[in-house]
Write a protein that binds this ligand. Structure first.
Ligand SMILES: Nc1nc2c(ncn2[C@@H]2O[C@H](COP(=O)(O)OP(=O)(O)OP(=O)(O)O)[C@@H](O)[C@H]2O)c(=O)[nH]1
Ligand SMILES: [Mg+2]
Length: 307
């Protein structure tokens, strides 16, 4: 390994839905963190590891930080999610704070307050620049961002789009100079700290977020009950927890259509991840009030330290 090799940790924080997980997947080159058009898709801290000849960067994807000013947000699960995101800023080499090209919201400013308190270097990432008519339209936002805080760097990019205006990979070079000289901490082919079991249950949850309407995805959780490989094929079973019988009926859908679609999309995702054929069985179960019960949350894999 070269003498000037660099290795370090970078956390990605921001309000829900700005594109944190999309960016991490892009920079790792594989889907390890689920994404959807709904806010608060990510519920757990998840590492994504980028390795090249010059550096190894460990990204920490975090749940979106949301305001607890609204009463509806004060459930135990939301407090746990915020704590997970805020504590992920401790001890990293640089923080990537993400907003979108739509500009600063009050919620973004709340996130900035928390970021400033850490005293760590901060790169402001302005995402979704593909939505601008002209790339030059980002210039006033860069200027107003500089007035809000003396950011170490400001990088406009599009985590989603390819092509010359994406600028996403440029962020890797910008981050490099903030990392200490050190040997790689992980094997070069390791891309996450999470197990296949975790990633599989997340792929099921992703479909709940993408396919179910309104408030329903937020009142669901996924628990893997079977994960075995037999004769070159994975057998996967999972329980989808909901809070009410009426929710159960909605997840299952008319003639079981909805659950069938959720299952086949999740199965396809698992086949790509596991590079193998997958047989998947999903069950919907009711456990009332799980999202407000710390013991249930622990059983479902929510951060033990934050309960
Ligand atoms: N147009 C556009 N959409 C994007 C871009 N990046 C992400 N998105 C979309 O924005 C939505 C949210 O993306 P996520 O990556 O799930 O956002 P997140 O910040 O991780 O959200 P939470 O986990 O809920 O906090 C998805 O529908 C993405 O496809 C981008 O560069 N351009
Ligand atoms: Mg996310």
């Amino acid at each position: 390994m070269a003498d000037n090799y660099r290795f370090g940790f970078v956390t990605i924080v921001g309000q829900p839905n700005v594109g944190k997980s999309t960016l991490m997947n892009r920079l790792i080159g594989q889907k390890i963190s689920i994404t959807s058009h709904r806010p608060q898709t990510t519920r757990h801290r998840i590492l994504g590891i980028h390795t090249d000849e010059a550096k190894q960067i460990v990204f920490v994807d975090t749940p979106g930080i949301h305001s607890l000013r609204k009463k509806a947000n004060r459930k135990t699960i939301n407090k746990v999610i915020n704590k997970t995101a805020l504590s992920s800023m401790e001890g990293v080499d640089v923080i990537c704070m993400m907003i979108t090209a739509a500009g600063w919201s009050e919620q973004d400013k709340d996130v900035l307050k928390a970021v400033k308190q850490t005293g760590q270097p901060v790169i402001l990432v302005i995402n979704k620049i593909d939505k601008l008519k002209s790339i030059n339209d980002v210039l006033p936002l860069i200027a107003s961002s500089n007035e809000l805080h003396n950011f170490d760097e400001i990088v406009p990019l599009s985590a989603l789009s390819d092509g010359k205006n994406s600028n996403a990979e440029h962020l890797l070079d910008v981050i490099e100079s903030y990392l200490p000289l050190a040997e790689a901490g992980f094997d070069e082919d390791q891309i996450t700290d999470r197990s296949f079991r975790f990633l599989v249950s997340e792929l099921v949850r992703e479909q709940l977020f993408r396919r179910l309407g309104d408030e329903l995805p937020y009142a669901t959780a996924v628990e893997l009950t079977q994960f075995e490989k037999n004769d070159g094929m994975y057998q996967i079973g999972a329980d989808i927890w909901v809070e009410k019988d009426s929710h159960k009926a909605m997840v299952i859908g008319k003639n079981g259509e909805s659950l069938k679609n959720i299952g086949s999309a999740a199965r396809r995702g698992c086949e790509t991840l596991l590079e193998s054929k997958v047989f998947m069985e999903l069950y919907v179960k009711v456990r009332s009030g799980w999202s407000d019960n710390a013991r249930d949350l622990y059983a479902l894999g929510y951060d033990e330290d934050n309960l």
